[in-house]
Design a protein around this ligand. Structure first.
Ligand SMILES: Nc1ncnc2c1ncn2[C@@H]1O[C@H](COP(=O)(O)OP(=O)(O)OP(=O)(O)O)[C@@H](O)[C@H]1O
Ligand SMILES: [Mg+2]
Length: 362
């Protein structure tokens, strides 16, 4: 297993953090302080270094401090004994530069995968409460981290989809129809859509047992939970679905079937967790999803991702918190970042782990 640590972090003008330096611990790091001091922002800065973007705000210029014209985040990582210096530079006009050992990337996508991270954050609740797009994003991100071919298929598929939708609009506005032109798009959609469906089916087979183990471990009991992948392509060929929905698509002026409509279904006791899960059960569910994502990345990339835990202890009962602490003790985790408003609570819990730690007051 490759080792991965962030040793030094320096943040300038990233949101409310105008100038902050951290000398970090290889095991556990805690950011503590009152509401609004910048704990989440510090974790997000680490996410930026690793993934080339914010976890919560994809408009990069909005992450620059209101009073400043630019923002700079720098991290010195240690990956498998080699030092890696990563710098992210953001400007008001939206320009973003990422440098690895002082050399700027031409494409930021090339940086993705070098420093795997997994985030567990209060915003994860969107996975349960929001529409299918959030769950597809989770699915796509997790598969893409270790499968570049999947990512390429996905990008091409969405390009063709946009073109097909534009054509449907054109038909409607000009009161015309050309079956042959539409068929060429249908063929391409099928060509790129089918492998996406196959990859997702294969993924969920590996993912589900990992997720299930994580949930049962944290909850300490046998609340039956499931994550299932739902796609109309499970029952009918994509080609047939497109043919059958032709009239509907022409009326709607967009493509109403395909992998871009797939969803993940989250259930507890065979009922949707969104309606029938308690807050603590939902939180446990989300943590288990993310820890399974951690397991997938670790297994496929042979490296322990950096784990960012934002407000994770909130809402969980003591026994579930203790189980998470126990997880930390078993050495299947690498470097860990934790935030909390309560310094004493955090310190008391971390002491239970017998791991080295550093606490930073923000
Ligand atoms: N672009 C920005 N420029 C300046 N300040 C910003 C910017 N974006 C966010 N902030 C400020 O950052 C602060 C929030 O920081 P953050 O979310 O990291 O707090 P926190 O310590 O995680 O708090 P909590 O305990 O409530 O989760 C807010 O005061 C917010 O106004
Ligand atoms: Mg926060």
């Amino acid at each position: 297993m490759k080792e991965l640590f962030l040793n030094k972090l320096s943040i300038v003008n990233y949101r409310n953090l105008t100038g902050t330096d951290f000398d970090l611990n290889n095991n556990i790091n805690c950011f503590v302080g009152n509401n609004g001091v910048g704990k989440t922002n510090a974790l997000d800065a680490i996410h930026f270094l690793a993934m080339g973007k914010s976890y919560t705000n994809s408009i990069s210029s909005q992450n620059i401090n209101h009073e400043a014209s630019f923002s700079m985040i720098e991290g010195i990582f240690d990956k498998d004994g080699k030092s890696l210096q990563i710098q992210c530079h953001l400007e008001r006009d939206g320009k973003k530069t990422i440098k690895r050992n002082r050399k700027a990337y031409k494409k930021i996508a090339d940086h993705v995968g070098l420093i795997p991270v997994v985030v567990i954050s209060p915003t994860d609740i969107d996975l349960i409460s929001e529409g299918s797009i959030v769950r597809r994003k989770f699915l796509d991100r997790t598969i893409s981290q270790s499968d570049k071919k999947y990512l390429n298929n996905l990008v091409t598929y969405h390009r063709i989809l946009q073109q097909r939708n534009a054509l449907l609009k054109h038909f409607s506005s000009t009161n015309s129809f050309d079956k042959d032109t539409l068929s060429t798009y249908d063929e391409k959609l099928v060509q790129f859509g089918n492998p996406i469906h196959e990859a997702r089916k294969k993924f969920i087979k590996t993912f589900h047992p990992l997720f299930h183990n994580r949930y049962q471990f944290i909850s300490g009991n046998h609340e039956p939970v499931t994550v299932s992948y739902e796609s109309k392509l499970d029952e009918h060929s994509f080609k047939t679905l497109l043919e059958e929905s032709l009239q509907k698509d022409r009326m709607l002026q967009y493509t109403s079937v395909g992998p871009h409509k797939d969803d993940l279904r989250f259930r507890i006791n065979d009922f949707p967790i969104k309606k029938f899960g308690s807050q603590g059960q939902q939180k446990t569910f989300l943590i288990a999803l993310k820890l399974a994502q951690f397991d997938i990345i670790r297994n496929q990339m042979n490296v322990l991702p950096i784990l960012l835990l934002d407000d994770i202890f909130d809402k969980l009962d003591d026994s579930r918190v203790m189980q998470i602490i126990n997880l930390v003790n078993d050495d299947s985790f690498g470097q860990l970042f934790v935030t909390d408003t309560n310094k004493e609570r955090t310190e008391n819990m971390i002491k239970e782990t017998a791991q080295s730690y550093s606490i930073f007051n923000l």
